[in-house]
Design a protein around this ligand. Sequence first.
Ligand code: ZN
Length: 66
Amino acid sequence: MIRVVCPECGEQFETDADALFLFNRFYCLACEALLEVIEEDPLVLEAIDEEYYESEDEPENDWADE
Ligand SMILES: [Zn+2]
């Protein structure tokens, strides 16, 4: 288990190391925010707006972002 800090609520919790791969998503145990791994080394988590992703119907265009 690896201790991570939720970017949404700041709580520390432990999660399985196997879950910490790039772009994997899991829920914060404290605030239930949906988090995504955006960097593996060093580990960076980002809170995801779940409703936004639920309505997503286009293929991902990461390169077109920004
Ligand atoms: Zn949280």
